[in-house]
Write a protein that binds this ligand. Structure first.
Ligand code: UDX
Length: 443
């Protein structure tokens, strides 16, 4: 590895915590700072406020090795480091603009505390032009002899595999106006084998939004294709496989279902659309991507209704609540919208999720959530699958068949082979695969 650097990461949310722990593992001296004292106190006791496989162990190892520490004294942490990474939240405001208040507070704090020059890294997802504004902000407030260049270094971590993604990135994007500052940040990652792309700051900022918007586009595209498949009797799994074999298309992000959720795609697509509007550009594809994603959830509820009939008083097991497997994150999770829509029509929900149960009970106290999936399945009129957890795939489906009142599965993640589920005695309905051919095969 290159030389060990002294780094402060501000913000111990998902990105800050994972980045801080991974940089410590790479050998750097890292302080994770957060103004929320309760959070810092928990972290100091080895408790991790988010669910991410491997993170607890990684934090513990690096704390024991004295490479990683936590503090709520942000000023002190800034003074004792040469590199400051900003990893605070950038939520969307009601009008669609990005709320930069947390970033701006951090910049003010950096300017007030920096007594020596430091390199500032923008990890938070921010609209194009923010790096330049941040530098102006710092120049205005900091002493004139202090140099505080801002480098854009977006993250591309997926929840659930964030540690793997950090150590095996497809690329490291560094956008800097001051080339030396860019090289300094590239050196932090010297121990990783990854392509480093140096760009101007604006392009780096846009790469993050463009990547997320493009991935969201792939998902909405395949979902629309699935809807067409249902109308013409084709199978979306085979269509996606056939498309993905073309190396120009690639096999990833072509999984049809109930659409995307989570903390990034919904927020970043809307922010990119608004950003384009602000510069008088109508990003039509992105508008459609967002609409299709919303409609996909509605279509799924209509599908359940079509299969179950009148929903009033019907017991429905909803399996999988987190926005995707291996996380307890419920932000913009399709399952929550789907549950609300079913409840509005009088359905009685029995939910199950291997990780998010507690959080759902806090957010939706009227939804009974079971930690034993078989309890959620007892005597139900239909099974609805909304997240493709391995724990759901590996259920004893023969046993499930004997527990339910009606053997109906409406699968929003295409987890199973329709023929196999039919052979187990289920009426199995999924997304884009209701082909006449499959029905014939079973007979
Ligand atoms: C995403 C990006 O992948 C990551 O690079 C970025 O930094 C943050 O946003 P994440 O939100 O953790 O990561 O999850 P991801 O695995 O990308 O899935 C996002 C959503 O898309 C999930 O709801 C998932 O179920 C859905 N999805 C994904 C599909 O519906 N179909 C697919 O083929 C792929």
């Amino acid at each position: 590895m290159g030389e060990a650097a002294r780094i402060t990461v501000i913000g111990t949310g998902y990105v800050g915590l994972v980045s801080g722990a991974c940089l410590a593992e790479m050998g750097h001296q890292v302080i994770c700072a957060d103004q929320a004292e309760w959070k810092v106190a928990r972290l100091q006791q080895g408790e991790i406020p988010i669910y991410e496989p491997g993170l607890k162990e990684l934090v513990a190892t690096n704390v024991s090795a004295n490479r990683l520490s936590f503090t709520s004294h942000i000023g002190g942490a800034i003074r004792s480091s040469d590199i400051i990474i900003i990893a605070v939240g950038t939520p969307t405001q009601d009008n669609g603009d990005v709320d930069m208040s947390q970033v701006n507070n951090v910049l003010t704090c950096i300017a007030a505390n920096a007594v020596t020059s430091k390199t500032i890294v923008m990890k938070s997802t921010v609209p194009v032009g923010s790096g330049s504004l941040a530098e102006q902000h710092l120049r205005l407030l900091a002493a004139s002899h202090i140099h505080l260049p801002v480098v854009s270094n977006p993250e591309f971590l997926r929840e659930g595999s964030a540690i793997w993604d950090t150590f095996h990135p497809d690329r490291i994007v560094i956008g800097a106006k001051d080339p030396e500052a860019g090289i300094r940040i590239a050196r932090l990652h010297a121990s990783l084998r990854a392509e480093v792309l140096h760009t101007d700051r604006e392009s780096a900022e846009l790469i993050k939004y463009a990547s997320n918007a493009f991935l969201a586009t792939k998902i909405s595209f395949i979902n629309e294709m699935a809807n067409v498949c249902e109308k013409v009797g084709a199978n979306i799994s085979l269509v996606a496989k056939g498309m993905g074999l073309d190396r120009r298309i690639g096999p990833h992000f072509l999984q049809a279902g109930v659409g995307y959720g989570g903390s990034c795609f919904p927020k970043d697509t809307k922010a990119q659309l608004k950003l384009a509007q602000n510069v008088d550009y109508d990003f039509q594809i992105l508008r459609a991507v967002i609409d299709v994603n919303r409609l996909q959830r509605e279509r799924f509820v209509t599908k359940i209704e079509r299969e179950v009939g009148c929903l009033s008083g019907k017991r429905i097991a909803v399996l999988g609540l987190a926005f995707k497997p291996n996380t307890d994150d419920l932000r913009d999770a399709p399952a929550l919208d789907i549950i609300s829509a079913l409840q509005q029509q009088g359905a009685l929900i029995q939910a199950y999720d291997p990780a998010a149960a507690e959080l759902v009970m806090e957010r939706m106290p009227d939804v009974p959530v079971f930690t034993d999936p078989y309890e959620a399945l007892d005597e139900v009129d239909a099974i609805v699958i909304t997240t493709e957890w391995e724990a759901i795939r590996s259920l004893n489906w023969r046993l499930v068949r004997s527990l339910v009142k009606a053997p109906l599965i409406v699968d929003g993640r295409n987890m199973f082979e329709p023929v196999e589920m039919s052979q187990l005695g289920f009426t199995y309905v999924s997304v884009g695969r209701e082909t006449a051919m499959l029905a014939e095969l079973v007979v």
